[in-house]
Design a protein around this ligand. Structure first.
Ligand code: B1M
Length: 208
């Protein structure tokens, strides 16, 4: 039986080798990729977040944990994607300008792929102009924005306005730790999701 607690501990310690090893072993013995993600990787990263907030650890430790998480997530990605069904829609996603956080955004992208969306991932620090240019060029049905900083949240409103001003008809959904349904309503976004799993439900409902 895979030790997902040990996996969470490996993420907390930033032990990339052990995180990758346990992730592979868990998949080999048939543990569901979603359980490895939720009970191992995300559980570990949650602890990292709490410790960072309390200043018990600092940015280098967080970066090392993030690197371990990224390597393990890369192993999980094909398994999560396999759970997908038919192509559901085209989804453009990125982290807004000034914001370099991408772990959550990558998870959302991965879950969307798993649910059958074709995902175009723009990466981090994406300007409103870039979102508009790529949305127009790709003809996506959905544009998703992620923000992890209260200081970069206004980039969502700016991007949404730029998309509307340019006549882009794609539905827009937003998410990230500081984002709420209230904020989504305030700026006029079509959808909000608190986590990667509900992002899939919201995206599906928006293209239905
Ligand atoms: Co940063 N950081 N960070 N950081 N960091 C936070 C966000 C912070 C809350 C930590 C804290 O103080 N407790 C804080 C923000 C405070 C605030 O604004 N209120 C913070 C800060 C201050 C900073 C810096 C300013 C620190 C500094 O330099 N002084 C700096 C900013 C850099 C920048 O972006 N310009 C910074 C830097 C970094 C690192 C580079 C070290 C690293 C990022 C590495 C990377 O992403 N590649 C990092 C990390 C790792 C964190 C924490 C610890 C973890 C974030 C994370 O990956 N969580 C974070 C504390 C925390 O959140 N607990 C913190 C795991 C991830 C799975 O969750 O991203 O929330 P999350 O995604 C979820 C949902 O939000 C949702 O689904 C995801 C999966 O379930 N979701 C969506 C996300 N996007 C969505 C989009 C959707 C739908 C749902 O639709 C499109």
């Amino acid at each position: 039986m895979a030790d997902l607690k040990a996996l969470a501990d490996a993420i907390i310690k930033g032990d990339q080798e052990t995180a990758v090893e346990i992730t592979r072993a868990a998949l080999d013995e048939g543990t569901a990729a979603k359980a490895v993600l939720d009970d191992g990787l995300i559980a570990g990263m949650d602890v990292v977040g709490v410790r960072f907030k309390k200043s018990e650890i600092y940015i280098p430790e967080v970066l090392i944990a993030a690197r371990a998480m990224k390597s393990a997530v890369e192993i999980l990605e094909p398994e999560l994607a396999k759970a997908g069904v038919e192509p559901t829609g085209k989804f453009l996603i990125g982290t807004v300008q000034g914001d370099l956080h991408d772990i959550g955004k990558n998870l959302v992208a991965m879950m969307l792929k798993g649910a059958g969306f074709e995902v175009i991932d723009l990466g981090v620090d994406i300007s409103a102009e870039k979102f508009v240019e790529r949305a127009e060029a790709t003809g996506v049905q959905l544009v998703g924005m992620s923000a992890l900083l209260t200081t970069t949240m206004p980039g969502m409103e700016k991007t949404l306005k730029a998309l509307r001003d340019a006549g882009v008809s794609a539905k827009v959904m937003i998410g990230g730790a500081p984002i709420t349904q209230g904020y989504a309503d305030k700026i006029g976004a079509d959808g909000y999701a608190a986590d990667a799993a509900s992002a899939v439900d919201v995206a599906k409902s928006l293209v239905a």
